[in-house]
Design a protein around this ligand. Structure first.
Ligand SMILES: Nc1ncnc2c1ncn2[C@@H]1O[C@H](COP(=O)(O)OP(=O)(O)OP(=O)(O)O)[C@@H](O)[C@H]1O
Ligand SMILES: [Mg+2]
Length: 511
Protein backbone atom coordinates (compact mmCIF):
# COMPACT_ATOMS: atom_id res chain seq x y z
CA UNK A 1 0.00 0.00 0.00
CA UNK A 2 1.26 3.45 -0.88
CA UNK A 3 2.80 5.55 1.89
CA UNK A 4 1.74 9.16 2.35
CA UNK A 5 3.73 11.77 4.28
CA UNK A 6 2.92 15.48 4.48
CA UNK A 7 5.50 18.17 4.00
CA UNK A 8 5.54 21.87 3.14
CA UNK A 9 6.73 24.18 0.34
CA UNK A 10 7.28 27.91 0.61
CA UNK A 11 5.87 30.14 -2.12
CA UNK A 12 6.77 33.77 -1.57
CA UNK A 13 6.34 34.15 2.18
CA UNK A 14 3.62 31.56 2.57
CA UNK A 15 3.77 27.84 3.21
CA UNK A 16 1.83 25.38 1.04
CA UNK A 17 1.15 21.82 2.21
CA UNK A 18 2.77 19.24 -0.05
CA UNK A 19 1.70 15.64 -0.10
CA UNK A 20 4.52 13.17 -0.63
CA UNK A 21 3.22 9.85 -1.98
CA UNK A 22 5.61 6.93 -2.20
CA UNK A 23 4.71 3.70 -4.00
CA UNK A 24 6.14 0.77 -5.91
CA UNK A 25 5.99 0.70 -9.66
CA UNK A 26 7.27 -1.57 -12.40
CA UNK A 27 10.84 -1.28 -13.54
CA UNK A 28 14.42 -1.60 -12.47
CA UNK A 29 15.28 -0.80 -8.84
CA UNK A 30 15.65 2.92 -8.28
CA UNK A 31 13.64 6.05 -7.50
CA UNK A 32 11.64 8.38 -9.76
CA UNK A 33 10.30 11.70 -8.52
CA UNK A 34 7.38 13.38 -10.29
CA UNK A 35 5.33 16.51 -9.65
CA UNK A 36 7.34 19.51 -10.87
CA UNK A 37 10.46 18.93 -8.82
CA UNK A 38 13.57 21.03 -9.45
CA UNK A 39 17.10 19.64 -9.69
CA UNK A 40 17.73 19.84 -5.95
CA UNK A 41 14.65 17.69 -5.42
CA UNK A 42 15.81 15.24 -8.12
CA UNK A 43 19.10 14.83 -6.31
CA UNK A 44 17.03 13.78 -3.34
CA UNK A 45 16.93 10.27 -4.87
CA UNK A 46 20.61 9.65 -4.22
CA UNK A 47 20.59 11.25 -0.77
CA UNK A 48 17.53 9.33 0.35
CA UNK A 49 18.86 5.94 -0.82
CA UNK A 50 22.20 6.37 0.89
CA UNK A 51 20.71 7.87 4.05
CA UNK A 52 18.20 5.03 4.46
CA UNK A 53 20.97 2.44 4.08
CA UNK A 54 23.23 4.36 6.46
CA UNK A 55 20.44 4.43 9.02
CA UNK A 56 20.82 0.64 9.02
CA UNK A 57 17.56 -0.01 7.18
CA UNK A 58 16.92 -2.09 4.13
CA UNK A 59 16.17 -0.06 0.99
CA UNK A 60 13.56 -1.91 -1.10
CA UNK A 61 14.92 -3.53 -4.28
CA UNK A 62 12.08 -2.23 -6.41
CA UNK A 63 11.26 0.70 -8.61
CA UNK A 64 9.89 3.39 -6.32
CA UNK A 65 7.90 6.37 -7.55
CA UNK A 66 7.56 9.51 -5.47
CA UNK A 67 4.80 11.94 -6.35
CA UNK A 68 4.81 15.46 -4.92
CA UNK A 69 1.35 17.04 -4.99
CA UNK A 70 -0.14 19.52 -5.77
CA UNK A 71 1.73 19.37 -9.05
CA UNK A 72 1.14 23.06 -9.78
CA UNK A 73 3.26 24.23 -6.85
CA UNK A 74 6.91 24.59 -7.71
CA UNK A 75 8.93 22.49 -5.29
CA UNK A 76 12.44 23.72 -4.87
CA UNK A 77 15.24 22.87 -2.55
CA UNK A 78 16.03 19.75 -0.63
CA UNK A 79 13.39 20.03 2.14
CA UNK A 80 11.63 16.90 0.91
CA UNK A 81 14.48 14.47 1.62
CA UNK A 82 13.24 13.59 5.07
CA UNK A 83 9.56 13.08 4.13
CA UNK A 84 10.59 10.99 1.10
CA UNK A 85 12.94 8.85 3.20
CA UNK A 86 10.23 8.38 5.81
CA UNK A 87 7.77 7.42 3.09
CA UNK A 88 10.18 4.78 1.78
CA UNK A 89 10.71 3.38 5.30
CA UNK A 90 6.94 3.15 5.81
CA UNK A 91 6.42 1.63 2.37
CA UNK A 92 9.07 -1.01 3.10
CA UNK A 93 7.09 -1.98 6.20
CA UNK A 94 9.65 -0.82 8.78
CA UNK A 95 7.05 1.49 10.36
CA UNK A 96 3.23 1.50 10.41
CA UNK A 97 1.39 4.08 8.29
CA UNK A 98 -0.16 5.81 11.31
CA UNK A 99 3.17 7.14 12.63
CA UNK A 100 2.83 10.23 10.45
CA UNK A 101 -0.83 11.02 11.13
CA UNK A 102 -1.39 14.73 11.75
CA UNK A 103 2.31 15.32 11.24
CA UNK A 104 4.33 17.54 8.93
CA UNK A 105 7.85 16.43 8.03
CA UNK A 106 10.55 18.78 6.75
CA UNK A 107 14.30 18.44 6.36
CA UNK A 108 17.27 17.96 4.09
CA UNK A 109 19.40 14.83 4.47
CA UNK A 110 23.12 14.42 4.13
CA UNK A 111 24.45 11.14 2.79
CA UNK A 112 25.15 9.82 6.26
CA UNK A 113 21.57 10.48 7.29
CA UNK A 114 22.15 13.65 9.30
CA UNK A 115 19.22 16.09 9.02
CA UNK A 116 20.41 19.49 7.86
CA UNK A 117 19.23 23.07 8.25
CA UNK A 118 16.29 23.94 6.01
CA UNK A 119 15.09 27.46 5.28
CA UNK A 120 11.56 28.75 5.76
CA UNK A 121 10.59 26.78 8.87
CA UNK A 122 8.63 29.67 10.39
CA UNK A 123 6.09 30.06 7.54
CA UNK A 124 5.91 26.26 7.30
CA UNK A 125 5.04 25.92 10.97
CA UNK A 126 2.41 28.66 10.63
CA UNK A 127 0.87 26.75 7.71
CA UNK A 128 0.98 23.49 9.68
CA UNK A 129 -0.95 25.08 12.52
CA UNK A 130 -3.44 26.76 10.21
CA UNK A 131 -4.15 23.40 8.55
CA UNK A 132 -4.74 21.58 11.80
CA UNK A 133 -1.52 19.56 12.04
CA UNK A 134 -0.51 18.65 15.57
CA UNK A 135 3.14 17.79 15.21
CA UNK A 136 6.16 18.65 13.10
CA UNK A 137 9.43 16.82 12.55
CA UNK A 138 12.07 19.44 11.82
CA UNK A 139 15.87 19.69 11.62
CA UNK A 140 17.24 19.98 15.14
CA UNK A 141 18.89 23.36 14.55
CA UNK A 142 15.65 24.86 13.20
CA UNK A 143 13.42 23.71 16.06
CA UNK A 144 13.57 27.08 17.83
CA UNK A 145 12.27 28.82 14.74
CA UNK A 146 9.39 26.37 14.21
CA UNK A 147 8.52 26.59 17.92
CA UNK A 148 7.71 30.30 17.55
CA UNK A 149 4.29 29.13 16.42
CA UNK A 150 2.42 28.04 19.54
CA UNK A 151 0.20 24.98 19.67
CA UNK A 152 2.40 22.63 17.65
CA UNK A 153 4.54 19.83 18.99
CA UNK A 154 7.99 20.33 17.51
CA UNK A 155 10.22 17.26 17.37
CA UNK A 156 13.84 18.19 16.70
CA UNK A 157 15.41 15.53 14.48
CA UNK A 158 19.16 15.03 14.38
CA UNK A 159 19.31 12.14 11.96
CA UNK A 160 17.13 9.74 10.02
CA UNK A 161 18.18 6.93 12.35
CA UNK A 162 17.05 8.99 15.38
CA UNK A 163 13.70 9.62 13.73
CA UNK A 164 13.30 5.92 12.99
CA UNK A 165 14.15 5.03 16.59
CA UNK A 166 11.68 7.62 17.84
CA UNK A 167 8.83 6.41 15.66
CA UNK A 168 9.49 2.75 16.39
CA UNK A 169 9.54 3.51 20.10
CA UNK A 170 13.15 2.43 20.64
CA UNK A 171 14.39 5.80 21.78
CA UNK A 172 12.02 8.74 22.06
CA UNK A 173 13.00 12.29 21.16
CA UNK A 174 11.81 14.92 23.62
CA UNK A 175 9.64 17.64 22.03
CA UNK A 176 11.43 20.98 21.74
CA UNK A 177 11.05 23.26 24.77
CA UNK A 178 11.69 26.93 24.04
CA UNK A 179 14.44 28.16 26.33
CA UNK A 180 13.21 30.55 28.96
CA UNK A 181 15.99 33.09 28.41
CA UNK A 182 13.73 35.85 27.23
CA UNK A 183 16.40 38.51 27.71
CA UNK A 184 16.81 40.76 24.72
CA UNK A 185 20.43 40.64 23.58
CA UNK A 186 21.83 44.15 23.51
CA UNK A 187 22.47 45.45 20.05
CA UNK A 188 25.94 46.67 19.13
CA UNK A 189 25.70 50.16 17.68
CA UNK A 190 28.92 51.77 16.51
CA UNK A 191 27.89 55.35 17.29
CA UNK A 192 25.88 56.90 20.08
CA UNK A 193 24.02 60.14 19.41
CA UNK A 194 25.84 61.75 22.33
CA UNK A 195 29.10 61.51 20.38
CA UNK A 196 27.75 63.42 17.40
CA UNK A 197 28.42 67.12 17.85
CA UNK A 198 25.97 69.83 16.84
CA UNK A 199 23.40 68.90 14.18
CA UNK A 200 20.64 69.29 16.76
CA UNK A 201 17.99 69.90 14.10
CA UNK A 202 19.03 66.75 12.23
CA UNK A 203 18.86 64.72 15.42
CA UNK A 204 15.39 66.07 16.06
CA UNK A 205 14.33 65.14 12.52
CA UNK A 206 15.68 61.61 12.94
CA UNK A 207 13.90 61.29 16.27
CA UNK A 208 10.60 62.30 14.64
CA UNK A 209 11.21 59.86 11.79
CA UNK A 210 11.95 57.00 14.20
CA UNK A 211 8.88 57.79 16.28
CA UNK A 212 6.44 57.55 13.37
CA UNK A 213 8.34 55.54 10.75
CA UNK A 214 8.75 58.42 8.27
CA UNK A 215 11.17 58.65 5.35
CA UNK A 216 14.15 61.02 5.51
CA UNK A 217 16.58 62.52 3.00
CA UNK A 218 19.70 64.16 4.42
CA UNK A 219 21.62 66.51 2.13
CA UNK A 220 24.93 68.11 2.97
CA UNK A 221 28.56 68.63 2.19
CA UNK A 222 31.18 65.88 2.63
CA UNK A 223 32.16 65.04 6.18
CA UNK A 224 29.24 66.80 7.83
CA UNK A 225 28.13 63.61 9.57
CA UNK A 226 25.31 62.22 7.42
CA UNK A 227 26.56 58.65 7.39
CA UNK A 228 27.44 58.89 11.06
CA UNK A 229 23.93 60.08 11.98
CA UNK A 230 22.22 57.40 9.90
CA UNK A 231 24.37 54.66 11.36
CA UNK A 232 23.37 55.77 14.85
CA UNK A 233 19.68 55.25 14.01
CA UNK A 234 19.37 51.65 15.29
CA UNK A 235 20.06 53.03 18.78
CA UNK A 236 16.88 55.11 18.80
CA UNK A 237 14.42 52.84 17.01
CA UNK A 238 11.41 51.67 19.02
CA UNK A 239 11.01 48.05 20.09
CA UNK A 240 9.18 45.67 17.83
CA UNK A 241 5.92 44.11 18.99
CA UNK A 242 5.73 40.34 18.85
CA UNK A 243 3.60 40.49 15.67
CA UNK A 244 6.18 42.72 14.02
CA UNK A 245 8.99 40.38 15.12
CA UNK A 246 7.25 37.37 13.63
CA UNK A 247 6.55 39.30 10.45
CA UNK A 248 10.23 40.20 10.07
CA UNK A 249 11.47 36.73 11.07
CA UNK A 250 9.30 35.12 8.41
CA UNK A 251 11.11 37.14 5.73
CA UNK A 252 14.56 36.27 7.10
CA UNK A 253 13.52 32.63 7.37
CA UNK A 254 12.51 32.50 3.70
CA UNK A 255 15.62 34.44 2.62
CA UNK A 256 17.68 32.02 4.72
CA UNK A 257 19.27 34.92 6.55
CA UNK A 258 18.35 34.13 10.14
CA UNK A 259 21.53 34.45 12.21
CA UNK A 260 22.44 31.07 13.76
CA UNK A 261 21.04 30.73 17.26
CA UNK A 262 18.52 33.54 16.70
CA UNK A 263 15.17 31.93 15.98
CA UNK A 264 13.30 35.21 16.44
CA UNK A 265 14.45 38.63 15.21
CA UNK A 266 13.81 41.07 18.03
CA UNK A 267 15.64 44.19 16.85
CA UNK A 268 14.38 46.26 13.98
CA UNK A 269 16.41 45.58 10.87
CA UNK A 270 18.85 48.19 9.63
CA UNK A 271 19.91 47.49 6.06
CA UNK A 272 22.52 49.55 4.28
CA UNK A 273 23.10 48.10 0.81
CA UNK A 274 25.92 49.53 -1.28
CA UNK A 275 24.94 51.59 -4.32
CA UNK A 276 26.31 48.96 -6.71
CA UNK A 277 23.45 46.63 -5.68
CA UNK A 278 21.45 45.08 -8.50
CA UNK A 279 17.82 45.60 -9.19
CA UNK A 280 16.95 42.09 -7.95
CA UNK A 281 19.16 42.51 -4.90
CA UNK A 282 17.27 45.62 -3.88
CA UNK A 283 13.65 44.73 -4.54
CA UNK A 284 13.86 40.96 -4.68
CA UNK A 285 13.77 38.50 -7.53
CA UNK A 286 15.88 35.80 -9.06
CA UNK A 287 14.96 32.53 -10.66
CA UNK A 288 13.24 31.34 -7.53
CA UNK A 289 12.21 34.76 -6.18
CA UNK A 290 13.85 35.71 -2.90
CA UNK A 291 13.18 38.81 -0.81
CA UNK A 292 15.46 41.77 -1.57
CA UNK A 293 16.90 44.48 0.69
CA UNK A 294 13.63 46.43 0.82
CA UNK A 295 11.94 43.35 2.29
CA UNK A 296 14.84 42.54 4.59
CA UNK A 297 14.38 46.11 5.89
CA UNK A 298 10.68 45.41 6.59
CA UNK A 299 9.60 47.17 9.83
CA UNK A 300 13.06 48.66 10.07
CA UNK A 301 15.34 51.08 8.25
CA UNK A 302 16.62 50.95 4.69
CA UNK A 303 19.63 53.26 4.58
CA UNK A 304 20.68 54.34 1.09
CA UNK A 305 23.91 56.29 1.40
CA UNK A 306 25.11 58.27 -1.65
CA UNK A 307 21.50 58.19 -2.81
CA UNK A 308 21.93 59.47 -6.41
CA UNK A 309 24.61 56.85 -7.08
CA UNK A 310 22.02 54.07 -6.96
CA UNK A 311 20.96 55.07 -10.44
CA UNK A 312 17.59 56.11 -11.70
CA UNK A 313 16.42 52.68 -12.77
CA UNK A 314 17.10 51.05 -9.43
CA UNK A 315 15.54 53.91 -7.49
CA UNK A 316 12.42 54.11 -9.60
CA UNK A 317 11.47 50.51 -8.82
CA UNK A 318 11.14 51.53 -5.18
CA UNK A 319 8.25 53.85 -5.94
CA UNK A 320 5.56 51.19 -5.91
CA UNK A 321 6.72 49.44 -2.72
CA UNK A 322 7.18 52.77 -0.92
CA UNK A 323 3.52 53.46 -1.52
CA UNK A 324 2.02 49.98 -1.17
CA UNK A 325 4.42 48.66 1.51
CA UNK A 326 4.67 45.40 -0.40
CA UNK A 327 6.58 44.47 -3.53
CA UNK A 328 5.07 42.31 -6.24
CA UNK A 329 7.42 40.29 -8.37
CA UNK A 330 5.97 38.99 -11.61
CA UNK A 331 7.12 35.74 -13.07
CA UNK A 332 5.96 33.70 -16.03
CA UNK A 333 4.18 31.48 -13.48
CA UNK A 334 2.14 34.11 -11.68
CA UNK A 335 3.32 36.78 -9.27
CA UNK A 336 4.63 36.78 -5.74
CA UNK A 337 4.29 39.38 -3.04
CA UNK A 338 6.81 40.17 -0.33
CA UNK A 339 6.22 42.62 2.51
CA UNK A 340 8.36 45.75 2.24
CA UNK A 341 7.19 48.24 4.84
CA UNK A 342 10.46 50.00 5.48
CA UNK A 343 11.50 53.42 6.62
CA UNK A 344 13.85 55.02 4.08
CA UNK A 345 16.81 57.02 5.30
CA UNK A 346 18.76 58.45 2.38
CA UNK A 347 21.85 60.63 2.34
CA UNK A 348 23.40 62.63 -0.49
CA UNK A 349 25.68 65.50 -1.38
CA UNK A 350 23.96 68.40 -3.10
CA UNK A 351 26.22 68.24 -6.18
CA UNK A 352 29.06 66.16 -7.69
CA UNK A 353 31.83 68.14 -5.92
CA UNK A 354 29.76 68.04 -2.77
CA UNK A 355 30.01 71.67 -1.67
CA UNK A 356 27.03 73.35 -3.29
CA UNK A 357 25.54 75.65 -0.66
CA UNK A 358 28.42 75.07 1.78
CA UNK A 359 29.18 77.94 4.11
CA UNK A 360 32.96 77.83 3.63
CA UNK A 361 34.08 75.91 0.62
CA UNK A 362 32.95 77.11 -2.82
CA UNK A 363 31.26 74.68 -5.15
CA UNK A 364 33.21 73.99 -8.33
CA UNK A 365 30.41 72.44 -10.34
CA UNK A 366 28.81 74.12 -13.32
CA UNK A 367 25.16 74.99 -12.56
CA UNK A 368 24.00 72.52 -15.19
CA UNK A 369 25.95 69.77 -13.44
CA UNK A 370 24.25 70.54 -10.14
CA UNK A 371 20.83 70.35 -11.74
CA UNK A 372 21.69 67.15 -13.53
CA UNK A 373 22.93 65.56 -10.33
CA UNK A 374 19.84 66.47 -8.37
CA UNK A 375 17.59 65.30 -11.19
CA UNK A 376 18.84 61.78 -10.64
CA UNK A 377 16.27 61.61 -7.86
CA UNK A 378 12.92 61.95 -9.57
CA UNK A 379 10.10 64.17 -8.38
CA UNK A 380 7.79 61.26 -7.52
CA UNK A 381 10.49 59.71 -5.35
CA UNK A 382 11.19 63.01 -3.56
CA UNK A 383 7.46 63.40 -3.03
CA UNK A 384 7.49 60.17 -1.02
CA UNK A 385 10.07 61.53 1.40
CA UNK A 386 8.49 63.15 4.40
CA UNK A 387 11.53 64.80 5.93
CA UNK A 388 14.05 66.71 3.82
CA UNK A 389 16.83 67.96 5.98
CA UNK A 390 20.05 69.80 5.36
CA UNK A 391 23.14 68.70 7.23
CA UNK A 392 25.53 71.66 7.24
CA UNK A 393 29.17 71.42 8.25
CA UNK A 394 29.76 71.53 12.01
CA UNK A 395 31.80 74.50 13.11
CA UNK A 396 35.04 74.09 15.02
CA UNK A 397 33.65 75.35 18.33
CA UNK A 398 31.02 72.66 18.42
CA UNK A 399 33.22 69.91 17.08
CA UNK A 400 36.01 70.50 19.57
CA UNK A 401 33.77 71.06 22.57
CA UNK A 402 33.69 68.41 25.28
CA UNK A 403 29.97 68.83 25.79
CA UNK A 404 28.27 65.54 25.19
CA UNK A 405 24.90 65.55 23.49
CA UNK A 406 21.89 63.59 24.60
CA UNK A 407 22.41 59.83 24.65
CA UNK A 408 20.72 57.50 22.18
CA UNK A 409 19.00 55.79 25.09
CA UNK A 410 17.36 59.03 26.26
CA UNK A 411 16.13 59.72 22.73
CA UNK A 412 14.97 56.13 22.31
CA UNK A 413 12.81 56.40 25.42
CA UNK A 414 10.95 59.37 23.95
CA UNK A 415 10.59 57.57 20.62
CA UNK A 416 9.19 54.56 22.45
CA UNK A 417 6.69 56.69 24.36
CA UNK A 418 5.43 58.21 21.10
CA UNK A 419 5.24 54.76 19.50
CA UNK A 420 3.28 53.40 22.47
CA UNK A 421 0.65 56.08 21.90
CA UNK A 422 0.42 54.96 18.27
CA UNK A 423 0.15 51.31 19.25
CA UNK A 424 -2.77 52.11 21.55
CA UNK A 425 -4.42 54.19 18.86
CA UNK A 426 -4.29 51.48 16.22
CA UNK A 427 -4.90 48.49 18.48
CA UNK A 428 -8.61 48.58 17.78
CA UNK A 429 -8.22 48.84 14.02
CA UNK A 430 -8.71 46.14 11.38
CA UNK A 431 -6.62 43.21 12.57
CA UNK A 432 -6.20 41.75 9.10
CA UNK A 433 -4.19 44.71 7.89
CA UNK A 434 -2.62 45.91 11.11
CA UNK A 435 -1.17 49.38 11.50
CA UNK A 436 1.81 49.77 13.79
CA UNK A 437 2.83 53.38 13.35
CA UNK A 438 1.61 56.69 11.97
CA UNK A 439 3.41 56.21 8.65
CA UNK A 440 1.28 53.08 8.09
CA UNK A 441 -1.99 55.05 8.16
CA UNK A 442 -4.20 54.81 5.12
CA UNK A 443 -6.63 57.47 3.94
CA UNK A 444 -9.39 56.26 6.29
CA UNK A 445 -7.20 56.46 9.37
CA UNK A 446 -5.81 59.83 8.33
CA UNK A 447 -9.34 61.18 8.16
CA UNK A 448 -10.08 59.78 11.58
CA UNK A 449 -6.91 60.59 13.50
CA UNK A 450 -5.38 63.62 11.78
CA UNK A 451 -8.07 66.25 12.11
CA UNK A 452 -6.87 69.84 11.93
CA UNK A 453 -8.38 72.73 13.86
CA UNK A 454 -9.35 75.94 12.10
CA UNK A 455 -5.97 77.54 12.49
CA UNK A 456 -4.22 74.43 11.22
CA UNK A 457 -6.57 74.26 8.26
CA UNK A 458 -5.75 77.76 7.10
CA UNK A 459 -2.04 77.09 7.56
CA UNK A 460 -2.36 73.95 5.49
CA UNK A 461 -4.34 75.74 2.80
CA UNK A 462 -1.67 78.42 2.48
CA UNK A 463 1.10 75.82 2.38
CA UNK A 464 -0.62 73.74 -0.29
CA UNK A 465 -0.51 76.61 -2.76
CA UNK A 466 2.81 78.12 -1.72
CA UNK A 467 4.72 74.84 -1.73
CA UNK A 468 2.78 73.37 -4.64
CA UNK A 469 1.96 70.28 -2.63
CA UNK A 470 0.54 67.12 -4.13
CA UNK A 471 -2.32 65.17 -2.61
CA UNK A 472 0.23 62.62 -1.48
CA UNK A 473 2.32 65.30 0.20
CA UNK A 474 -0.83 66.56 1.93
CA UNK A 475 -1.49 63.13 3.46
CA UNK A 476 2.13 62.62 4.36
CA UNK A 477 2.29 65.98 6.12
CA UNK A 478 -0.79 65.10 8.15
CA UNK A 479 0.77 61.80 9.24
CA UNK A 480 4.01 63.52 10.14
CA UNK A 481 2.12 66.17 12.15
CA UNK A 482 0.36 63.34 13.99
CA UNK A 483 3.75 61.97 15.03
CA UNK A 484 5.01 65.36 16.17
CA UNK A 485 1.82 65.83 18.21
CA UNK A 486 2.26 62.35 19.72
CA UNK A 487 5.79 63.24 20.72
CA UNK A 488 4.42 66.27 22.51
CA UNK A 489 1.79 64.05 24.15
CA UNK A 490 -0.93 66.09 22.49
CA UNK A 491 -4.28 64.59 21.54
CA UNK A 492 -4.86 67.33 18.99
CA UNK A 493 -2.63 68.29 16.11
CA UNK A 494 -1.84 71.92 16.89
CA UNK A 495 -0.60 74.44 14.37
CA UNK A 496 2.90 74.29 15.86
CA UNK A 497 3.01 70.55 15.10
CA UNK A 498 1.79 71.11 11.58
CA UNK A 499 4.27 73.95 11.10
CA UNK A 500 7.17 71.70 12.04
CA UNK A 501 5.96 69.02 9.63
CA UNK A 502 5.65 71.58 6.83
CA UNK A 503 9.12 72.81 7.48
CA UNK A 504 10.48 69.36 6.61
CA UNK A 505 9.13 69.62 3.08
CA UNK A 506 11.69 70.76 0.49
CA UNK A 507 11.59 74.55 0.26
CA UNK A 508 12.30 74.75 -3.42
CA UNK A 509 11.74 71.73 -5.59
CA UNK A 510 15.17 70.66 -6.69
CA UNK A 511 16.18 71.13 -10.31
N1 LIG B 1 28.72 66.16 13.86
C1 LIG B 1 29.83 65.41 14.02
N2 LIG B 1 30.27 65.12 15.26
C2 LIG B 1 31.37 64.37 15.42
N3 LIG B 1 32.10 63.88 14.40
C3 LIG B 1 31.73 64.15 13.15
C4 LIG B 1 30.57 64.91 12.90
N4 LIG B 1 30.42 65.02 11.58
C5 LIG B 1 31.42 64.33 11.03
N5 LIG B 1 32.22 63.80 11.97
C6 LIG B 1 33.43 63.03 11.72
O1 LIG B 1 33.62 62.98 10.32
C7 LIG B 1 33.59 61.66 9.85
C8 LIG B 1 32.86 61.60 8.54
O2 LIG B 1 31.51 61.81 8.71
P1 LIG B 1 30.44 61.14 7.75
O3 LIG B 1 31.03 59.97 7.08
O4 LIG B 1 29.22 60.93 8.52
O5 LIG B 1 30.24 62.30 6.71
P2 LIG B 1 29.21 62.35 5.52
O6 LIG B 1 28.34 63.54 5.77
O7 LIG B 1 28.55 61.07 5.35
O8 LIG B 1 30.17 62.70 4.31
P3 LIG B 1 30.07 62.25 2.77
O9 LIG B 1 29.16 63.22 2.13
O10 LIG B 1 31.47 62.44 2.29
O11 LIG B 1 29.63 60.87 2.73
C9 LIG B 1 32.93 60.86 10.94
O12 LIG B 1 33.36 59.54 10.96
C10 LIG B 1 33.35 61.62 12.18
O13 LIG B 1 34.65 61.21 12.56
MG1 LIG C 1 28.66 59.63 3.91
Amino acid sequence: MLARVFSCAVVGLEGVIVEVEVDYTNGLPGVTIVGLPDTAVQESRERVQTAVKNAGLHFPRHRIVVNLAPAAVRKEGPAYDLPIALGVIILAGHLPHEVVDNTLVVGELSLDGIVRHTRGLLPMAATARANGYKRMFVPEMDAGEAALIPGLEIIPVKSLADLYNHLSGRRLIEPYQPSSSDELEPLFIPTDFSEIKGQEHVKRALEVSAAGGHNVLMTGSPGSGKTLLARAMPGILPEMSIEESLDVTRIYSVADQLPPGTPLIRHRPFRAPHHTISHAGLVGGGNIPKPGEISLAHRGVLFLDEFPEFGTRVLEVMRQPMEDKVVTISRAKGSLTFSANFQLIAAMNPCPCGYYGDSLKPCTCAPAMVTKYQKRISGPLLDRIDIHIEVPRVDYEKLSSDRMGESSEAIRRRVQAARNIQRMRFSTQDSKHPIFCNADMRVGEIRKFCKLQDEGQSLMRAAMTQLNLSARAYHRILKLSRTIADMAGSEEIQSAHLAEALQYRPKIMMG
